[in-house]
Design a binder for this molecule. Sequence first.
Ligand code: BGC
Length: 249
Amino acid sequence: MSVLGVDIGGSGVKGAPVDLETGEFARDRVRIPTPQPATPEAVAEVVAAVVDSFDTTGPVGCTFPGIVRKGVVHSAANVDPAWVDTDADALFTEATGRPVVVLNDADAAGLAEVRYGAAKGRDGVVLVLTLGTGIGSALINDGELVPNTELGHLELDGRAAEKRAAAAVRDDEDLSWEEWGGRVDRYLAHLELLFSPDLFVLGGGVSKRFDRFSDHLHRRAEVVPAALRNQAGIVGAALVAAGREDTPA
Ligand code: BGC
């Protein structure tokens, strides 16, 4: 069975039907640039265009880069503030004419890594972190997600951790892998103190360059790169839409 997943990011809205047996895309991904300003109405039009480009029917899963409870957006750290209090489930359902379920982007990535990727078959406490423009987090215990943990907003060196250790910060501040890896390590040390995870999974585009900074990570818990890379959001969203995972409340 394939179910459509859509991933809303700062620069692109991406979607693909996902084969839920394998966790792989059943068709090539479609990407449309995120409209600027990325207001709810403008993004809803683009989500509808992505959905319309496939001939699948049935429910659609969609990620959003902020807190999403019961389909309603509660934060918008790196997106248009007009999103706060928007019922994204209702907006996208109206725009696409299909039942749409919306969840946090890192939560979707975490569910996908647990089901198909780097955390497959692992029990205990798993923390999946997406290192991109911001830092997203998914906290999963024995396969059960605790949604909307927002651990990228913990404090690190007097600022939100995502302003110190996101992948974008390495570029913006022109940090060496060693400098940036050291920041990531201190961030993971803080998380280790709070959650004693058994496994950290590091996702986002930077996961494919894991070997450039892994030597600078000195955690008790195992730290591994994400397996699904930038597909994880789409795959996790499709999983939730299919009802194969509980929809985070
Ligand atoms: C948001 C999170 C999101 C993360 C990654 C953070 O700024 O607060 O909700 O998961 O960025 O997009």
